[in-house]
Design a protein around this ligand. Sequence first.
Ligand SMILES: *Cc1c(COP(=O)(O)O)cnc(C)c1O
Length: 366
Amino acid sequence: MKVPFLDLIPAQSEIATEIDAALARVVHSGQYVLGEEVDLFERGFADFCGARNCVGVGSGLDALMLALRAMEIGSGDEVIVPSNTFIATWLAVSHVGATPVPVEPNQRTYNIDPARIEAAITARTRAIVPVHLYGQPADLDSILEIARRHGLWVLEDAAQAHGARYKGQRIGAHGDATAWSFYPGKNLGAFGDAGAITTDSAEIDWKVRLLRNYGSRAKYENEVKGFNSRLDPIQAAVLRAKLIHLNTWNARRQHIARRYLRDLARTDVQLPTEPDWAEAVWHLFVIGTPHRSRLQADLQRNGIATLIHYPVPPHLQPAYRDLGFLRGSFPIAEFIHDTVLSLPIGPHMTDAQVEFVVDEVRRFSA
Ligand SMILES: *Cc1c(COP(=O)(O)O)cnc(C)c1O
């Protein structure tokens, strides 16, 4: 049996008629930038998240970057980011001219540890960017309380958390703004790059609308130095078709995660911890093991693909040499990066495939 890490074709096949209709609608509309498809997706996704506003942009990185710009964060400012994240969280901060200030995660949840945030706050700190990593909500109330006390913005990086809930409420409207990625492999994925910002703030909403479109509300009137980062109508149409199925697909991921949690409980791998206030959507199912390379090679030999999220933490990437961090600077993030392995999970994985993965991991760690 072969178990791919994530196969995007079955989702496409399941809703092929809806996708074909969506694509045809855009082709025949003659509207190839912004327009009704984008408006309708923005409305639908805002409603899904329980947020007042949604602005579609070109990618998740742009969503983070434009939200930081809308908050007028820039040169000389510091922004608190997790030490354990995909590098885009840090890059957004760097690209607006600010400095990312890493804070270590909780080793069980992999998310930023609120107890460590205050020690990283200085007079220059302007914002905290919690990441809902692997599809699991960060401890938002604690983070929002610290932010309120210090007068900081909270920008959530929800690129892996479409549909996840914190204390029963969907991610997307807890902080001042939430950045989304619709990269094809995300829980809600387009047929290319795409992203969005959700926010209850009318001001952030209109500022991002200006910034994504040359700083312009009316053609050839440029109020600010904007960018070209608009959600493509073809992607918006695909996302509208897929959004209808997101709850079902997330439920299937949750079912698979429960199987893994139950059936791998008596092995020596460290299983992800889901705090009782979190409802994860399992973008990734990440285990910890000191025997990572042997386990990965063993699974590979048996036809099971796994990945590492992520092999090198941002502070040890050549891109961030300028910040002067060394191995040992963020030991928890380094430990996580050295020991985690992501098992296959996805809405179209079959029960037989899940069982096969369980059997092979159990055989290895018996
Ligand atoms: C995917 C991802 C991003 C970036 O999204 P893109 O659409 O690829 O630009 C940002 N943050 C996290 C945590 C991600 O997983």
